[in-house]
Design a protein around this ligand. Structure first.
Ligand SMILES: *Cc1c(COP(=O)(O)O)cnc(C)c1O
Length: 407
């Protein structure tokens, strides 16, 4: 079955671009994928999804792949949507949910975008890919490149979590550690392109990672029986997921699949150690300015400049959402609160979201009774460097004073 893609579209100027050819940026900015939604509406309805494969490819009519039989997959998608009453009680939000993306291949939601990018690159006959990464995108690319039989070159800051370095190497990628940030890594991918002839799968620099991340929005709509939550709280680095979900919701609305036109308010969460989107939002700017000296333990949020900045800001503003920077020094406490009250493997990026919900509820920006959804974008165990406790060691049979163990 061929895809329903009609054309691509420059996000900065709306220019119509041809489908089915290799694209990177247009006018230095990202590109949207557009579908014939009338034809999709005639071809498929929500009821047809029942019984399909239980991963993100169940939404194939809204995805750019041409032949389902060719899909390169590690089973990504349909992550659990979990009600979190105990955490909700702590934050004053009764109807709190977490979509647990830590259960995806390589332990983060980067799997969705990179699965799509690698599938499309593979369909175009591309054999060599490169990426700058704060960590998880590199691990995900390495895994899908291994599965697709592609060569991957992964540029990451030297202090990237060790698990990301380890997994990328184990999946057979060439890892280049850089004494700098993801933006420095991006410049090195660009500089090496002519000599190495690789395809750059940086966030938003090819059109398809958005389409992969879009499936988060499709899934949660289906899981909530085609009713969207009131507030979606998203830890924002490059912003692909926030942009992709907002696109998904509009496609679903146009298809008539949603039971109400009520759209969620999108919240972009950052740490005050790196918050270019929040600064631009507060200033009323269309674009972000480079965030100097970016520093946060939430490595997925350590993105001082994003090529899709205006798309993030558009989505946040048109949803009547907000952008909020939380206190970096609180992340560890929120991370522990999240994991210990939910059993979900919450990483530091999710911790920022938990903090944001606490603050927004206290400010009454989140109203009583509203349904709030947090994305758990990456697994706790990808951040072993954050384990700094010094547990005592007992001899076998040694008596234990339980009171001192905090029982
Ligand atoms: C990449 C990443 C983010 C940021 O996601 P974007 O869609 O790029 O904004 C947040 N958390 C984790 C764990 C990540 O890996």
């Amino acid at each position: 079955m061929p895809s329903f893609v009609t054309h691509l579209e420059g996000a900065i100027d709306g220019a119509r671009l041809p489908a089915r050819v290799v694209h990177t940026l247009h006018e230095g900015r990202p590109i949207w994928v557009r579908y014939d939604l009338d034809a999709v509406r005639s071809a498929v309805s929500p009821a047809d999804l029942i019984g399909r494969r239980n991963d993100m490819w169940r939404y194939r009519e809204l995805l750019p792949v041409e032949h389902e039989s060719d899909i390169i997959s590690l089973g990504e998608g349909m992550t659990p949507l979990l009600k979190c009453s105990a955490l909700g009680a702590r934050l004053g939000v009764e109807d709190l949910w977490i979509k647990d993306e830590s259960q995806l291949p390589t332990g983060s939601f980067k799997a969705r975008g990179l699965a799509m990018a690698v599938n499309m690159a593979s369909a175009f006959g591309i054999k060599r890919v490169a990426i700058p990464t704060a960590g998880n995108a590199g691990g995900a690319l390495a895994a899908y490149a291994a599965r697709a039989g592609m060569d991957a070159y992964i540029f990451m800051p030297a202090d990237t979590p060790i698990v990301n370095q380890f997994e990328s190497i184990q999946f057979g990628a060439t890892v280049i550690r850089v004494n700098g940030l993801i933006t420095d890594c991006g410049a090195m991918v660009k500089a090496g392109q002519e000599e190495m002839q690789w395809f750059d799968v940086s966030t938003l620099k090819e059109p398809y990672r958005i389409e992969g991340k879009k499936t988060m929005g499709l899934e949660l709509a289906e899981q909530f029986d085609w009713n969207l939550p009131d507030v979606i709280v998203y830890p924002t680095g490059g912003g692909t997921g926030l942009i992709g979900m907002w696109k998904a919701f509009h496609e679903l609305k146009e298809l008539g699949w949603l039971k109400s036109d009520h759209m969620p308010r999108m919240v972009a969460v950052q740490s005050d150690g790196c918050c270019p989107v929040v600064r631009a939002f507060d200033a009323g700017d269309k674009f972000c300015t480079f965030f100097e000296n970016a520093s946060t333990i939430a490595k997925g949020l350590r993105v001082p400049a994003a090529v899709g900045d205006f798309m993030i800001l558009d989505a946040v503003r048109s949803s009547e959402g907000t952008a909020i920077a939380v206190d970096e020094t609180m992340l560890r406490a929120w991370m522990t609160l999240g994991a210990s009250t939910t059993g979900i493997s919450t990483g530091p990026e999710t911790a920022a979201c938990i903090g944001a919900v606490e603050i927004l509820r206290a400010k009454r920006w989140i109203n009583h009774g509203e349904r709030v959804l947090i994305f758990n974008c990456g697994a706790l165990q990808k951040n072993v460097e954050l384990f700094d406790s010094d547990l005592p060691v007992f001899e076998p049979g040694e008596p234990i004073d339980w009171k001192t163990l905090g029982a």
